[in-house]
Design a binder for this molecule. Structure first.
Ligand code: SF4
Length: 359
């Protein structure tokens, strides 16, 4: 299956078609909002197959990267109490204002890496004398799993919800005067949950074409071609390139689980002000599982390294190598911002594969 989606000959044919269709289009900017897409694009050198007038930019699609400094500080605040913290590995080394979760662990905090919230709930069940807080991050892909975990959790378990929703961020970008976007490549994993239907309102309201894309190089390349064809024909709708996985309705059961436990609220994203209805917090009747309320989490003023431009990278305004700290002061061994820490972060990906990719 993989070889079909990585065939260089077919890539060459699509690339020629893209070059031909792009000739009279002027400057076009296509944004994707998914760390896995950025990995595919950079690893396989897809940008090098596009003509100069077609820009393929990375948006706020890495869940660890969009988590704010305040949320990192909240997690560290909890780790410094007598509380067991569970988190995904990528979060461990994100620098907070006064250190990371890894630093809190080194200083004696009980910080454990888990692969899912289910592992965390299991830790809580086996240690009823301890308080367990799971740092719940991610978009619509992981929020339903968090919801299911909470439904099944013992009383000594709670979460620090850092969940966010992708469509409100896309709308925010389309309303921003300083970000130009001619089309979106929509995230495959998120779309599996919310379905193609969830984006239709955005296309109607903002007159923007969108293509839901799979993660193989030919998926992304073909999605670019579809988008450019739509732009040329002035078509404004949602095309599902990833129909082998994504359904029009998404996954109604997962959406129901998510909506039963969580409600939306206005929340900041790293580099962004509050985006209306873009965060998920626990509904009132589940507030006992809300670590912020349970432990009266308070953080003082937050600090971010002055030179870190993660916010600009996440808005698609600069590429990682335009940050002057990239690859010298900031590298995977000494990350300054989350975009270098996470395996889905644009800076880490650019550092890993370089400009021309590795495959
Ligand atoms: S290279 Fe490092 S410092 Fe610069 S934006 Fe990326 S993470 Fe921040």
């Amino acid at each position: 299956m993989h070889s079909n989606f990585r065939n260089k000959e077919i890539a060459g044919i699509i690339s020629k078609k893209i070059n031909s269709i792009s000739k009279d289009l002027g400057e076009i900017k296509i944004m994707h909002v998914c760390g896995t897409h950025e990995d595919t694009i950079t690893r396989y050198g897809i940008r090098s197959l596009l003509p100069e007038n077609i820009g393929l930019i990375s948006g706020p699609g890495c869940p660890v990267c969009v988590t704010t400094q305040r949320e990192i500080d909240e997690a560290v605040f909890l780790a410094e109490k007598e509380i067991t913290i569970t988190t995904f590995g990528d979060m461990l080394n994100v620098p907070g204002s006064n250190g990371s979760l890894a630093d809190a662990k080194a200083n004696g905090g009980d910080v454990r890496v888990v692969y899912s919230i289910t592992d965390s709930v299991e830790i809580a069940r086996k240690n009823p004398e301890k308080e367990i807080v799971h740092i719940a991050i991610g978009f619509e892909t992981t929020a339903p799993t968090s919801a299911i975990g909470i439904n099944d959790a013992p009383e000594n378990f709670s979460i620090l919800s850092c969940h966010r929703l992708i469509p409100p961020a896309m709308e925010f970008l389309l309303r921003s005067e300083d970000v130009d976007i001619d089309g979106f490549i929509n995230p495959g994993h998120v779309s599996t949950i919310i379905g193609a239907k969830a984006y239709e309102g955005i296309s109607k309201k903002y007159g923007i074409p969108q293509v839901i894309s799979g993660f193989e190089p030919l998926d992304v390349l073909f999605s670019v071609f579809i988008l450019l064809s739509m732009i040329k024909k002035k078509e404004r709708g949602v095309v599902n390139e990833y129909s082998r996985v994504v359904r029009y309705e998404g996954n109604p059961r997962a959406l129901k689980a998510m909506n039963e436990i969580f409600e939306t609220y206005d929340v900041e994203w790293r580099g962004f002000p509050e985006i209306p209805n873009s965060g998920l917090r626990l509904r009132g009747k589940f507030s006992g599982y809300d670590a912020r309320k349970r432990f009266d989490v308070k953080v003082k003023k937050t600090r971010i390294h002055k030179g870190c431009m993660c916010g600009e990278v996440l808005k698609g305004k600069i590429s990682p190598d335009e940050c002057r700290l990239f690859a010298n002061v900031c590298n995977p061994g000494h990350p300054i911002g989350p975009c270098m820490v996470s395996k889905e972060g644009a800076c880490g990906i650019a550092y890993r594969y370089g400009k021309d990719g590795k495959n």
